[in-house]
Design a protein around this ligand. Structure first.
Ligand code: PMP
Length: 310
């Protein structure tokens, strides 16, 4: 999937994308010392306006995760939010979009060391309709790679370097003819997919690995838990074994890019009847309502991109 950005937020202002360059001397390039976010903006055709979903929560997660690498967001939360909105306005994408803030190291230190150096923020925005096949569902395999755990490279940190782990698993899955991979943690229990959290449906209840299972504390995971409970579904966060995935009634992946993607096949076994399941579809619809600003209850999760700037 190609990134199509005309502009970037770089050096604390919007610049043409070709001017947003990081030095080969940066420890973010050499050692993966960077923390990032992924944020979605949904295009409302009828209002010719975009809504950014849970912007404040993404910024807060970035600020908190930065601490893991002794990094600091160089701007106040509201300044980061303004930068996201200004960039989206400048890109003027008339469709769904994805924003990628990256907190990186601009100084030039030899040797990997987390606590030395200052941090800078960059961002790009690109059109993104679908990342996963949410309509037909996705086919996954359990990866032979294990998820980096909290004792190696903490997955909760959304640390650039930890995505080598995701990339190896994703390539393994695609080269094996699947769409994505589920990773087990070092203890053999289920963690998450390469860029998504995972839910199973068992006897009408939702089951998902806990935040202690070496996962990113996903904002969509949190949203889905809230929406599921509102729909009267029970949600349990507990350790899951690999074979539980084979016997589940339904499986689905959730994430900002992924949204709610039903899993229709795992390790060459059909999930349920091999079609997207009813619970996943219900939650996908509920999420769709919320991100498009059609739920009064969750209106505070949606922040419009100022139209005047467009
Ligand atoms: N896990 C991983 C490893 C991810 O990269 C992502 C995408 N950010 C997710 C889960 C889903 O998190 P969120 O819903 O916050 O996008």
């Amino acid at each position: 999937m190609k990134i199509e950005s005309r502009f970037a937020w770089f050096g604390r202002r919007i610049v043409p994308i070709d001017e947003a360059r990081i030095s080969i001397l940066s420890s973010s390039v050499n050692y993966g010392l960077a923390v990032f976010e992924g944020i979605r903006a949904y295009w409302l055709k009828d209002r010719a306006e975009a809504l950014v979903f849970r912007l404040a929560d993404h910024i807060e997660r970035l600020r908190r995760n930065a601490r893991i690498l002794f990094m600091d967001l160089p701007l106040a939360d509201e300044e980061v939010a303004d930068a996201v909105l200004a960039l989206l306005a400048e890109e003027a994408i008339r469709g769904d979009a994805y924003v990628r803030p990256l907190l990186y190291r601009a100084d030039h230190e030899l040797g990997p060391c987390a606590h030395i150096g200052s941090s800078e923020l960059s961002m790009f925005a690109t059109p993104l309709a679908r990342y996963a096949n949410v309509t037909d569902g996705v086919r996954v395999v359990v990866s032979s790679w294990r998820r980096t755990g909290d004792a190696s490279i903490p997955p909760r940190g959304k640390i650039a370097g930890s995505y080598v782990n995701a990339a190896l698993a994703k390539s393994e899955a695609i080269l094996a003819g699947a769409d994505d991979a589920i990773l087990l943690g070092s203890d053999g229990t289920v963690s998450e997919a390469t860029v998504s959290n995972l839910f199973a449906v068992r006897g009408g209840r939702l089951v998902t690995p806990p935040v202690s299972a070496g996962i990113l504390e996903g904002i969509t995971r949190d949203t889905v838990i809230v929406l599921a409970r509102e729909l009267g579904l029970e949600v349990v966060e507990r350790a899951m074994g690999r074979s539980e995935l084979y016997v589940a009634d339904e499986l689905f992946l959730v994430g900002t890019a992924t949204e709610v993607a039903p899993v229709v096949e795992i390790d060459r076994r059909a999930v349920g009847n091999g079609k997207p399941g009813p619970v996943a579809c219900r939650l996908a619809d509920a999420l769709d309502e919320v991100v498009h600003g059609r739920s009064a209850k969750h209106a505070s999760w949606c922040r419009p991109v100022p139209v005047a700037n467009r």
